[in-house]
Structure formats: structure tokens, C-alpha cells
Design a binder for this molecule. Structure first.
Ligand code: FES
Length: 114
């Protein structure tokens, strides 16, 4: 499956000195980057419940909390809490030669014309 990923260089500097939840713009997408207890995660930025912007959320106990109705998502797997029945998309993040890259699956368009 990894051959379907395209690695996009993160254009802005990533802060490794503190924890946060904020927006990350890469490859024309708005994603959500999280640093929680030193662990970095990249997720989709739109809440699957009613579309809130998760980049305005916060973390508690390894969960990203949506600012609208407080749905909770695991920041490693993206899985929502049990009763929610939803999840957020996770994007792999890697660091090479001091630069960060986010892995985004090729779109159908890219597969056909790429
Ligand atoms: S919009 Fe996120 S919990 Fe409702």
C-alpha cells in the first residue's frame, strides 16, 4: 500500500519544543497536526460528526477533542470513542535529513494521469 502514498514536504517549520493542535497546509490540503507528550500526529482537519474544524480542538489523554460537541478521537489510530462510531483519517509523518514529510494517498486522478 505504501506505493500509493506520495510524500509531500511540509513547507513550514514544525515546532518540536511544545505540545499543540494546529493547522498544517500541505499539498493543497488543510490538515491537523498534533504534538502530544512528544508524539506527533497528522489527521484530517474536518470532524466527521458535523464538520467542525479540528484544528481548533485540543488533546486530553491521547485523544483529540472536537471543539463543537466534544467527540474524541485517538491520535494514533484516528478511531472515535466507542459510542461515536466514527473516525478521523490519519496521515503518516516522517522526518528525513531534518525535513518533515506527510504521506498522502494518490487520488484517482493522480493514478490515471500521474
Ligand atoms: S462537529 Fe465534531 S463533535 Fe460535532
Amino acid at each position: 500500500m505504501d506505493d500509493e502514498l506520495v510524500w509531500h514536504k511540509v513547507p513550514s517549520k514544525i515546532d518540536e519544543s511544545r505540545d499543540y493542535v494546529k493547522a498544517l497546509h500541505v499539498a493543497g490540503k488543510k490538515l491537523c497536526i498534533i504534538r502530544e507528550n512528544g508524539v506527533m500526529s497528522v489527521t484530517s482537519s474536518r470532524c466527521p460528526h458535523a464538520g467542525a474544524d479540528l484544528t481548533h480542538g485540543w488533546c486530553e489523554d491521547g485523544k483529540l477533542i472536537c471543539p463543537f460537541h466534544r467527540h474524541r478521537f485517538d491520535i494514533v489510530t484516528g478511531k472515535g470513542d466507542e459510542r461515536q462510531g466514527n473516525y478521523i483519517r490519519m496521515y503518516p509523518l516522517k522526518k528525513e535529513d531534518g525535513e518533515y514529510y506527510v504521506g498522502i494517498k494518490k487520488s484517482l486522478w493522480d493514478k490515471i494521469f500521474g
